[in-house]
Ligand binder design. Sequence first.
Ligand code: TXA
Ligand code: MG
Length: 411
Amino acid sequence: MNISKLIVHKLRRALYSMTSSSSIQTLQTKILKVDASSIIFSTNSHIDGSLPTITDIQSKNALLEAAQIIRDTNETVAFPTETVYGLGGSALNDQSVLNIYKAKNRPSDNPLITHISSINQLNRKIFNDNSPSDPLENIPKIYHPLISKLWPGPLTILLSTENTHGSLSERTTNFQSTFAVRIPSNPIARALIALSDTPIAAPSANTSTKPSPTLASHVFHDLKGKIPLILDGGPCNIGVESTVLDGLSNPPMLLRPGGLTMEKILKLGNGQWDNCKVESKLNVKSNEVVRTPGMKYKHYSPNAKVVLLIPSSTNEYLARLIDFIKMQTFNKLAILTSYHLNGLSLDDLSQINTNSKEHTIVIKSLGQTGEEIQANLFARLREVDEDDKVDLILVEGVTENEEGLAIMNRL
Ligand code: TXA
Ligand code: MG
C-alpha cells in the first residue's frame, strides 16, 4: 500500500468507527402525557375489537405516534398498564423483542407476556383465524369463566402455540410451546395495542433486577437514552404485575401471584380452578428449565440492603423494630410500615441506635389495606433507594392471603 492509499484507508477506518459508534448512540427519550379519561371504548370492544374514541387531541397524537413506532419500526415504547408500566414492542417481530431484552438487560431465556386489545385481535393476528364461529373457540374452556369476567384486567393465561402458524416471534415465547397473553384494562395500553393493531410483547419497563415501575419517572430513571418514547398516564393503580395462570397443566397452576387474587380465581373459576396449585420458588434451581422462567431470577431489588420483618401484632412489631435498630450499623435507614408507631417519634427511634455514630432514619407509610400496600410498595422502595439514598431498608411483611400473596412474593 503506498502512502496516499494508506492515508485514505486510515481516514475511512476513522470515519467508519465514528459512524458505527454513533449507531450504539443513546436515544433521546421523549415523555408524552396521555389522559386516560379521554379514551372511550365501547362495552364489547375487548371482544369485537372496535377502536376507541379519543377526545383529547394531544393524547390522541401521542398514542398515534407510539402506535406507529410499534407497527412500523423495531423500536420499543413504554406505556402504563393497570399493573405496572410495560416496555412494549411488536410480539410478532424478532428484532423488536430483542430490543426489549437489550433495553432492560433482561436474561433472554425469560419469555414475555403478549398484550392484546381484544379477542378479535387474538384470533386474527395470532391464530390467523379471521372468522371463528365462536370468538372463544381458540381458548381452552378452563379459562372461559375467568376471562369472561376478568378481561380486560390483570390476568395472564398460557395458551398453546400449536395453532399460531408461527405468527409470534420465537423470541417472545423463548421457543416454548406455550405463550402468555392478557388484555390490559388500562385504556392507554389498550388504545396503543388497538391503534397499532399489533400484539405487544411487554415486560415491566424497569432495568432487569430493579423494582417494577409504577410511574413514568421510574421508567425514565431506568431506561432514559435506551428507548425513544414513554407514554405518561400517571400512577398505575394496582401496582404489582398480573397473575399468571397455567390452565394447560393438570392440575392447573398459579405460576405467579399478582394483581388478581387467588381467592377471586377460586370464586369466579366455576369450580374448575378449585384444585389449582401455586408454583413454589423453593423448587426452582438456577440452571433449571422451569415452567415460569421468570421465577429463578433476582427481581425487585433496590441498591440498598432490604430486611423483611414479619410481625404478628403492633406490640411485637415495635419490640422487634427497636431490637433491630439497636443491633444494626447503618448511615441511613428507611422503615416502610403500615403500622402506627404508637407515638414513637423519629427522635425516639434515632436515640436507640448506638452502633452508628451519625445516622438518619426515614419512615414511609405503605398504606393500611392490602390494595394500598400493593399499590405503594414499588414506589416506596424506589423513593427511599433512589431519592433518599438509604443504605438499609426495613420493610414490613403482611399475611399471605388476598393481596398479601403477591406482596410477599415480591418481598
Ligand atoms: O402485569 C404484567 O404482567 C406486566 C405488565 C407490563 O403487563 N408484565 C410483566 O411481564 O410483568 P414480565 O415479563 O415482567 O413477567 C412475565 C412473567 C415472567 O415470570 C415469565 O417467566 C412468565 O410471565 N411467562 C411468560 N411467558 C411464559 C410462558 N410461555 N410460560 C411460562 N411463563 C411465562
Ligand atoms: Mg418484570
